[in-house]
Design a protein around this ligand. Sequence first.
Ligand SMILES: C[S@@+](CC[C@H](N)C(=O)[O-])C[C@H]1O[C@@H](n2cnc3c(N)ncnc32)[C@H](O)[C@@H]1O
Length: 233
Amino acid sequence: MQASVLTDAFVRDNLMGPNAVLMVEELCDGFLPTDTRHVCDLGCGSGLTSIWLAEHIRGSVCACDLWNTAEANQAQFDELGLGQRVHAVQADALALPFTSGTFDALVSVDSYNYFGRQSGVIDRVVACVQPGSPVLLAVPGLVRPLDDQMMEVFGVSWTREQMEYLWTANQWHDLLSQSAEVRIDHIGAMACFEQAWADWLACDNDYARGDCAAMRAGADSLMNLIAIRLTRK
Ligand SMILES: C[S@@+](CC[C@H](N)C(=O)[O-])C[C@H]1O[C@@H](n2cnc3c(N)ncnc32)[C@H](O)[C@@H]1O
């Protein structure tokens, strides 16, 4: 078996938040068939999850992101020898440039909470996958709905606006159960929370250092990571 390119040092250099590799592993375990032909990795950031997906399915990966350019991401995939199977696209999830049913799976890690909190968004997003496809989302979340008392802890590092991007599993359930386009298979807290955050906080960058203060003040007991597993009807 070929060694993974996702070494600890490579992962550390490319993290943009809690360890996305641990998140995608747990999210997809048993839910993403290895014979998936074409998966969309929505909000892939610098592409760690796209690389993981390429190493775990036989098909190809569309690495789609808004903030990271396709050129930068594609250069990294090419350099790693994955350019034939991982294709970078820069696009907004709310206006995806794919025809209906292009993919047979959609994965999104630490991204859907940025753009998916309005009703109807899931219907637009899942139009790009075929009926019956898995739609696997992992998001940072809260153990209870945000209130002023929690903001006293979170406020050490984050603004209220930033925290409003984080919801509880029940809030995601209430939103997504309104959709006629997806079936909810499972929504719940992920086991990798502690390690995924520890890996991020150990990174040598200003964002990670900034997040440390709130975690030290107790944010870790108010937050979680949430796996949302859906099937496109
Ligand atoms: C915290 S980063 C996480 C990146 C990556 N998934 C990871 O875990 O390493 C959030 C990502 O969401 C993406 N994103 C935010 N809004 C988006 C949108 N409307 N459409 C597509 N991607 C979006 C950003 O481009 C960014 O890369």
